[in-house]
Write a protein that binds this ligand. Structure first.
Ligand SMILES: *Cc1c(COP(=O)(O)O)cnc(C)c1O
Length: 373
């Protein structure tokens, strides 16, 4: 039996709140200039610092990771059909539908959980204009194969890199692959600006076009040159980002410690995502795969009973979304989605707390095993 221990709720993540005194100093700056948005000082400073930290060029800050994707599709002139993965957060698909594009799902690899490149070519039609893969849980897609296919068929690639902050692939930024890669800086993400996001473009001309597009297409006091939208990041968001970025190394270290602890303790009990051995880990999520959905539900129920809230990332598989045209069933994605659970991982999660999570998970697993044999 597991005793109910009174403690604060533990969620899959907890928003990282940086040093308050430092944040106040940035906010003082905003107050003294009274410049709160429209490419202000802090947005410019954060842009420079992120380009340096991530080792990328042509980075544009935007108001969130969803608009980052939508603006990227527009800038790159994506039309009609887009090949994408069914195993991701809903925004990867919903942004396509919102832009009147047709998502064409290609199933994932059962080990890496990323789009299976060997299935892409079979889904290309004369209508296909782009591929939108996801570096899911910060695990690098097979970028080389994907880029080769895209080049051969004249397709654009936009990587949804919402989970890939700081990940390096063969020593370079993973975000430097593709015509564009997008980031989300939502409060639940590893690095955040409360709400926010960014697009990293391969080409400077695309960055320049996007810069106009996120500000209504306005290029001067009396001049509108593009169809645009409002997708600007504001100064308060940038202030938060600058403060979190100052503490990013500690964030990585603490996450790494928790991640390794989970990995060591659970390796004989559940399956893990197979990570691309050419990329670094940013420890943004700790997904575990159960033998079947029933076990997942039992473990989740036992954890929820003591106010521990892991999340079913990503469930349901996106090919089941009700607003889509009938889809081919994505069997691997549906199977993985039905039995994957992300465990709490964030700086500040204590050793006692992580031990409790591990103990409950193992106990419930073994109990289920004893009953079924
Ligand atoms: C979080 C997330 C998004 C959306 O980003 P927001 O900043 O919340 O709009 C898009 N794709 C993936 C894979 C995500 O995890």
């Amino acid at each position: 039996m597991i005793d109910r221990i009174e403690s604060a709720m533990i969620n899959v993540t907890r928003t990282y709140l940086p040093d308050r005194i430092k944040l106040d100093k940035y906010i003082d700056k905003i107050y003294s200039s009274a410049w709160v948005t429209n490419n202000g000082q802090l947005v410019q400073e954060l842009t420079r610092r992120l380009e340096e930290f991530l080792n990328v060029q042509n980075l544009l800050l935007v108001s969130n990771g969803t608009l980052a994707l939508q603006v990227a599709y527009r800038v790159l002139g994506i039309k009609r059909q887009v090949i994408t993965t069914p195993f991701s957060f809903v925004a990867t698909t919903s942004t396509l539908v919102w832009e009147k594009l047709e998502p064409v799902f290609v199933d994932i690899d059962p080990e890496t959980f990323c789009i299976d490149p060997s299935r892409i070519e079979g889904s290309i039609t004369p209508e296909t204009t782009a591929i939108v893969p996801v570096h899911v849980f910060g695990n690098a897609c097979d970028v080389e194969k994907i880029e080769r296919i895209a080049q051969k068929h004249g397709l654009k690639t936009i990587y949804d890199g919402a989970h890939a902050f700081g990940v390096r692939y063969k020593g370079e930024s993973l975000l430097s692959y593709g015509d564009a890669a997008t980031l989300s800086f939502h409060a639940t993400k590893l690095f955040h600006t409360i709400e926010g996001g960014a697009i990293v473009f391969k080409r400077k001309k695309d960055l320049e076009k996007a810069r106009l597009m996120v500000n209504f297409g306005i290029d001067g006091p009396d001049s509108v040159v593009e169809l645009g939208i409002n997708a600007k990041m504001n100064e308060f968001q940038a202030a938060m980002g600058l403060c979190v970025l100052d503490e990013i190394e500690t964030i990585f270290e603490q996450r790494c410690e928790l991640w390794s602890y989970y990995q060591d303790s659970l390796k004989d009990h559940v399956r893990f995502q197979k990570r691309n051995c050419q990329c670094t880990n940013n420890y943004s999520y700790f997904p575990v795969l159960f033998e079947n959905e029933k076990k997942l539900i039992e473990v989740k129920k036992a954890l929820t009973a003591v106010d521990i809230n892991p999340r079913r990332y990503f469930y349901p598989s996106l090919d089941t979304l009700g607003y889509l045209q009938p889809q081919f069933m994505q069997a691997v994605s549906r199977d993985i989605a039905s039995r994957i659970l992300c465990l709490p991982i964030y700086p500040g999660l204590s050793t006692d707390e992580i031990r409790k999570i591990i103990t409950i998970l193992i106990c419930v697993q073994n109990y289920a095993l004893a009953r079924s044999s």
